[in-house]
Design a protein around this ligand. Structure first.
Ligand code: PEP
Ligand code: MG
Length: 546
């Protein structure tokens, strides 16, 4: 038995037989051609064939993984028609009098290197896409299939890496799991695996490929990222048990997909997902979230060695907005300080960081950082249904300052002819007792409130949320916290605003009834809690006595 450790991209367990993915990587030779014009015509025909194939793959993806995930194949079609890409190929053919296959392969190499060298993780992952479309084009030029399918029977497909089109072209009925030696969790392959609900582990390393052969027995644990070759009896029994429990739970939850979040007496509530970055999009969609209730944008800053640029932020926000295809996406502006420290911000050491220079306080003090983020957000707003939310609010004047800055950023973008979404909802987090107490003054200024129960509990009960010793003193159901939430709900509704909860308490199903009775309109939870929460909502009857 040998265990390889990778990164699980879809939580599920598969036990089965290895099928090593066989790719017919074309060996491209450089050949002289006498008639470059004829070669250009051959290229045009191959491009038309490749575009037709991509249109078919798009239709298949649309059926199997939905519109948001099928979009990558529309992007592939666009990449194939990209002027720079095509010009590079034609110029190589014309100036060097060489065959089209060679010109495509050189261009693919150059473009892939260019993407790979970019700072942005999303753009780096596009290197795989450019190689994918180029392989297809070369295959069309030489009349071969782009890739072979998995072998007969249900198999665990093992590869160095899988291109998005290879992933979606595999027959879902015959694939038990994917394991790849390399790859990024940002790649569309990983996102597609999640959305096809196929257990998948990536980045198990090259040694894995050397160790496996067709027909070997393998366990893939997408929860832990373990890939176990030739398991012993004890491991096999343990993982089989884990798998059957997992399948039973998922079957129960699957029944809830596509169903409404409605109680027996007809009260409706939105259930959204919390995410920390573009990575969270797949799980949110796979778990049927009605929107994104909290995108913690500070992770973009935490994952970077320097301030993320407007372009980098715009790309991430846009991706999530497009991925959610018109569903609400609430992005919270930068919330660092306290437990989330970033060196390059060069913040002073503080005695009490949780009560210190954090979140909106940093943004209002350093407007250049704030404006960059707001520009990226408003630019992205043209690509979906955006709500912007501000953390750690304690006063009316903070909200007034924020609104003035938002107006000025929108004005600036309009003067540059940059489109901004027509309706961008503005919300604030209710996570300080001060905000809850003056929620009657804050509600008229905004479209929505979102209660951050993690901080609201820490500040109301004077219990540092990082300090494990305080757990016995930190009653998460404390009446004081619940009353502040109720007060905020009443004040929101009095002034035509809506109210959600995005702290961890939103997922606590023992409180769901209390929240709905308070009139909470939206609950935003980690993706795996969306369906269990829906189950809890559907079992409630609010017409019964409280
Ligand atoms: C909260 O405080 O409840 C919240 C959602 O924000 P964070 O956990 O990121 O502080
Ligand atoms: Mg908070």
């Amino acid at each position: 038995m040998t265990t390889f450790q990778g990164k699980g991209v879809y939580g599920a367990i598969a036990i089965g037989i290895v099928s090593v993915f066989k790719r017919q990587d074309a060996v491209v030779r450089r050949e002289h051609v006498d008639d470059p014009a004829a070669e250009l015509k051959r290229l045009e025909d191959a491009k038309a064939a490749a575009l037709a194939q991509l249109a078919e793959i798009y239709e298949k993806a649309l059926r199997e993984v939905g519109e948001a995930n099928a979009q990558i194949f529309e992007i592939h079609q666009m990449m194939l028609e990209d002027d720079d890409y095509n010009e590079s190929i034609s110029q190589i053919i014309e100036t060097q009098a060489v065959n089209a296959e060679y010109a495509v392969s050189v261009t693919a190499q150059t473009f892939a290197e260019m993407f790979a060298s970019m700072d942005d993780a999303y753009m780096q992952a596009r290197a795989a896409d450019v190689k994918d479309i180029s392989n297809r084009l070369i295959a069309c030029l030489s009349g071969a299939d782009a890739a072979s399918d998995a072998a007969d029977g249900k198999m665990i497909v093992c590869a160095d890496d899988l291109a998005p089109s290879e992933t979606v072209s595999l027959d879902k009925e015959r694939v038990l799991a994917f394991v790849t030696a390399f790859g990024s969790s940002n790649s569309h392959t990983a996102i597609l695996a999640r959305n096809m609900n196929i257990p998948a582990v990536i980045r198990v390393g090259e040694a894995f490929l050397d160790a496996i052969r067709d027909g070997d027995r393998l366990i893939v644990d997408g929860y832990t990222g373990e890939v176990i070759l030739d398991p012993d009896d004890v491991t096999l029994a343990a993982k089989t048990e884990k798998q059957s429990q997992d399948l039973a739970k998922k079957a129960m939850l699957r029944e809830l997909k596509g169903k409404e979040n409605v109680t027996l007496d007809g009260t409706k509530v939105s259930i959204f997902a919390n995410i920390g970055g573009v990575d969270g999009l797949g799980p949110a969609l796979a778990n049927d979230a009605g929107g994104i209730g909290l995108f913690r944008s500070e992770f973009l800053y935490l994952e970077s060695d320097t301030y993320p640029t407007e372009e980098q932020q715009f790309a991430a926000y846009r991706k999530v907005l497009e991925g959610m295809a018109g569903k609400k996406v609430i992005i919270r502006t930068l919330d660092i300080g306290a437990d989330k420290q970033i060196d390059y911000f060069k913040l002073d050491k503080e005695e009490n960081p949780a009560l210190g220079f954090r979140a909106i306080r940093i943004c209002l003090t350093r407007p250049e950082i704030f404006r960059t983020q707001l520009r990226a957000l408003y630019r992205a707003s043209a690509f979906g249904n955006l709500g912007i939310m501000f953390p750690m609010i304690t006063s009316v004047s903070e909200v007034q300052q924020i609104l003035a800055i938002c107006d000025s950023v929108k004005e600036e973008l309009r003067s540059e002819d940059i489109p901004v979404g027509e309706k961008v909802e503005i919300g604030i987090m209710i996570e300080t007792p001060a905000a809850a107490v003056i929620s009657d003054r804050l509600a008229p200024l905004v479209d929505f409130f979102s209660v951050g129960t993690n901080d609201l509990t820490q500040y109301t009960l004077a219990c540092d949320r990082q300090n494990a010793l305080l757990e016995p003193f930190c009653d998460t159901h404390h009446e004081a916290v619940l009353r502040l939430i109720e007060l905020s709900a009443q004040n929101a509704h009095k002034h035509g605003a809506w109210i959600g909860i995005c702290g961890e308490l939103a997922a606590d199903t023992t409180l769901t009834e209390a929240f709905l009775r308070m009139g909470i309109d939206e609950l935003s939870v980690s993706a795996p809690f969306v369906l269990p929460l829906r189950g809890a909502v559907r079992a409630l009857d609010l017409s019964a006595n409280a």
